[in-house]
Design a protein around this ligand. Structure first.
Ligand code: SF4
Length: 317
């Protein structure tokens, strides 16, 4: 059953309390929910009623003959802010969200801060300017952008003349390369060195690098996500060097740079273009070690490259 306050003083206090609360609402721009105001008033009224003597009890003093005068208006500056209820939770500031980025499949995933995206630019490239290899290497840092970082001993960035006219791009480091941090230093590297010399160059004349800079475990093929993580650095390297000719060694180098999934057996020996630079796809030296009969085709491909540089060439390897 609803009860009414029986004391005029108590009623006056309720009215005053409601008036102050409405003033606070007005000052807060109506942000307080009206339902909260009604609830607050009801709670306060109930609180006041509990302080009154029970019905039938003798009043503490006789009621006045005239209604009590309305309390004087309270200046706005005197409205006690502390009396205002807490700001509704729905208006409280939201906690900061952790950084997220969109994955390739459209899901939002937490992304470590040390794996920055490359919005419209290649790593190490600032304002579209030609970078240096040192800048790109610094940007690569202690790279952990793909899972190949877990098994590597060294990042194999590249080696040779930073202003080379001729660049050889392989697939990825093998065991020896991983140990030394230098590309093409194992058996396949020895064969590549002979091929370069047969073309009339030395290793110091050219630049040699790979699509991925860390060794795939067990010398397996690099996986698409690993290539996607690492190839921006290869593209930055080529932008830094600006060679006249690129020789893509094997299917991963050729298909990655050309964005073409044609088998290397059909790509090889045909001039292509990468960003305005002549590109010759040919077999990887490791494949030639396994299939020596294919060396003749690789030599034909390299002879086409030699013609660009006006080289007559030495002995076939
Ligand atoms: S392969 Fe490339 S992207 Fe992956 S960890 Fe090594 S350097 Fe980084």
């Amino acid at each position: 059953m609803n009860e009414s306050p029986e004391s005029p003083e108590a009623l006056g206090e309720v009215v005053e309390d409601l008036r102050r609360h409405l003033l606070w609402q007005e000052e807060s721009g109506g942000r307080a929910l009206l339902v909260d105001s009604a609830k607050l008033a009801a709670e306060r009224s109930a609180s006041l009623r509990s302080m009154l003597p029970p019905r039938g009890a003798a009043p503490a003093k006789a009621p006045p003959a005239e209604p009590a005068p309305a309390p004087p208006p309270v200046p706005r500056a005197e409205v006690p802010r502390a009396a205002a209820p807490e700001r509704p939770a729905a208006l409280a500031p939201r906690p900061a969200s952790p950084p997220v980025a969109a994955s390739g499949n459209g899901l939002l995933l937490d992304v470590p801060q040390k794996a920055p995206p490359y919005p419209g630019a290649l790593p190490g490239v600032v304002d579209g300017e030609r970078p240096t290899l040192d800048e790109i290497r610094r940007t690569l840092g202690d790279c952990q952008r793909c899972k190949l970082c877990t098994g590597r001993k060294n990042i194999v960035f590249g080696v040779g003349n930073p202003r080379a006219d001729l660049v050889f791009v392989g697939e990825g480091p093998g065991e020896n390369e991983d140990l030394k941090g230098i590309p093409f230093v194992g058996a396949a590297g020895d064969l590549l060195t002979k091929m370069i010399q047969a073309m009339g160059f030395s290793r110091d004349d050219v630049y040699i690098c790979n699509v991925v800079k860390c060794r795939p475990p067990g010398n397996r093929n690099p996986e698409p996500d690993e290539i996607a993580s690492c190839e921006p650095f290869l593209r930055s390297q080529l932008l830094a060097i600006q060679p006249k000719v690129i020789v893509a060694l094997g299917k991963f180098a050729a298909q990655t740079l050309l964005r073409d999934s044609t088998p290397i057996t059909r790509l090889r020996g045909q001039w292509r273009e990468y960003q305005g630079v002549k590109l010759m796809p040919t077999f990887h030296p490791a494949y030639l070690l396994r299939s020596p009969a294919e060396k003749r085709k690789a030599w034909e491909d390299l002879q086409q490259v030699m013609k660009i540089f006006g080289k007559q060439g030495g002995a076939r390897t």
